[in-house]
Design a protein around this ligand. Structure first.
Ligand SMILES: Cc1cc2nc3c(=O)[nH]c(=O)nc-3n(C[C@H](O)[C@H](O)[C@H](O)COP(=O)(O)OP(=O)(O)OC[C@H]3O[C@@H](n4cnc5c(N)ncnc54)[C@H](O)[C@@H]3O)c2cc1C
Length: 452
């Protein structure tokens, strides 16, 4: 009888999925070649998104194709299935997966059996029941959202420049961001900087005409860089005329009016929601143990607690922080942990297949760097605090060293170098979102109505 290969199923093609599969395909070379092992990666997109570059992609400093890593090329010894796990029955070692084909055919999800499971679907935006949010808000977690937002901001400037209606102009030039973590602060910082620059090419728009508002429920922003650098960031943003409102919440945003709990009202066509993340809902459709926040309960060796052959890391996993001074602390959801956990996870799966002892994950948070626009930044890394240009430069060097593959590094560096020599890109390619519009018009179907 021919022995079936040991199948390792990796759910998710983000930080953890990519780096775990990469480690496994390196360490299991001979098993993969001889057919004794198989790695299957299930992911909705054929690429991994390097999320820390999304704000720069929104600003036009990096093109969208260079913010993502093609999984088929990098994971050339793995099987890539473009699809979504809908549920997992770990007791039976089977995942139910929908693919583009099952959707197209209208057939049942396919059943994928496995021997080892790596569950890394990451997180999704944590929303609140704010009236109007689902209709008018946009998140900032994907490359589609980042580029869509860039196009949208430039489109609003075009609308403001051509309308005679002062109320429409005012709403088009008001940009509200909710949530002061690095996603919100960096997205706002980069987009405001880009819009300020772009305004010089409009005959009737000045930077002072635009209102950029950051709404944060707590009394500080950017907790990732510490209290002192967080205060500096508030001063820096306010110095650029950005209205930073601490200890303030968004109450409603119906009819495109953002109403804050301090009583202020802002008619706006742009509401960006970056107020935290929550574990991906697929976790609820598994028989694996979760903590009170819905993340997978994990051990320091990255096994799912109380189970065998199930592993997890990254935003979806509650991993004990063994370096913390107080007991019971868990690793924060960030890329710094996700990448390092993935390496340990890959090694531990190999060790467990070879009946060797497992390693514990231990990494003390090193701090963070954030970009606040071109040549502006803030950093607090290994105890060193930097602001302005040095922090921005450090941000670029750090992320260039971190973005996966030499190919991406070279392309990003080439783009930065070229953009240093030429003027910034200020074009909106919003029409890419409606590629058939021109042909429909030619064919007599009329121009489709804009949704926003
Ligand atoms: C704008 C932004 C900037 C950031 N900047 C920083 C930074 O500077 N430093 C830092 O440390 N961290 C940063 N982060 C956080 C960091 O990106 C995340 O912590 C990290 O991506 C978590 O890795 P992960 O593998 O758990 O999840 P992800 O990288 O999100 O990967 C999850 C993957 O699972 C896939 N998936 C989801 N559902 C399914 C399903 N049902 N079936 C199959 N696949 C599925 C998703 O499509 C995705 O590919 C930033 C995040 C954002 C949004």
């Amino acid at each position: 009888m021919v022995k079936e290969p040991a199948r390792i199923l990796v759910v998710g093609g983000g930080y953890v999925g990519l780096y775990t599969a990469l480690r496994l395909q390196r360490k299991l070379k001979s098993e993969l070649r001889s057919g004794r092992a198989e790695i299957v990666v299930v992911t909705p997109e054929p690429y991994m998104t390097y999320q820390p570059f999304l704000p720069e992609a929104a600003a036009g400093s990096i093109s969208p194709r260079h913010v993502v890593v093609p999984l088929r090329r990098v994971l050339d010894r793995c099987k890539i299935v473009i699809g979504e796990a809908q549920s997992i029955d770990h007791a039976k070692r089977v995942a139910s997966v929908t693919t583009l084909a099952t959707e197209d055919e209208g057939s049942d999800p396919m059943e994928l059996t496995y021997d080892e499971l790596v569950l890394a679907p990451g997180s999704i935006s944590r929303t609140l029941p704010v009236p109007g949010l689902a209709d008018h808000g946009i998140g900032f977690k994907t490359v589609e959202e980042a580029i869509g937002l860039r196009n949208h901001v430039i489109e609003q400037m075009d609308i403001a420049s051509s309308t005679r209606d002062p109320a429409l102009r005012d709403a088009a030039l008001t940009f509200v961001f909710v949530g002061g973590g690095y996603a919100g602060v960096e997205a706002l910082g980069e987009l405001e900087d880009m819009a300020r620059y772009a305004s010089r090419y409009y005959h009737n728009l000045k930077p002072e005409d635009m209102k950029w508002i950051l709404v944060e429920a707590s009394d500080r922003i950017l907790p990732e860089v510490g209290a002192e650098m967080g205060r500096y960031t508030v001063r820096e943003l306010r110095g650029r005329n950005i209205d930073v409102r601490l200890e303030t919440r968004l109450d409603t945003c119906e009819d495109r009016v953002a109403v804050l709990d301090d009583g202020s009202r802002f008619p706006t066509r742009t509401l960006v929601w970056t107020a935290g993340v929550k574990p991906h809902p697929i976790l609820a459709a598994t028989d694996l143990p979760k903590d009170e926040r819905g993340r997978l309960k994990c051990t320091a060796t990255l096994t799912v607690d109380g189970t065998t052959h199930a592993w997890a890391a990254g935003d979806a996993a509650a991993v004990p922080d063994v370096t913390a001074d107080e007991p019971g602390k868990e690793c924060a959801p960030n890329a710094q942990h996700a990448v390092r956990q993935a390496t340990v996870l890959g090694d531990n799966i190999v060790a467990s297949l070879r009946k060797q002892p497992l390693k514990e994950y231990a990494h003390r948070y090193a701090g963070s760097v954030a970009s606040l626009g071109l040549h502006k930044g803030v950093a607090h890394v290994y105890g060193r605090k930097l602001k302005g240009y040095p922090a921005w430069f450090m941000h670029r060097v750090y992320h260039l060293s971190r973005v996966p593959t030499f190919n991406r590094k070279a392309r990003v560096l080439a783009e930065w170098t070229l953009s240093g020599l030429f003027k910034r890109e200020i074009v909106s390619l919003g029409s890419l979102e409606h590629p058939r519009a021109e042909f429909e018009l030619a064919a007599g179907g009329g121009r489709p109505k804009e949704s926003s």
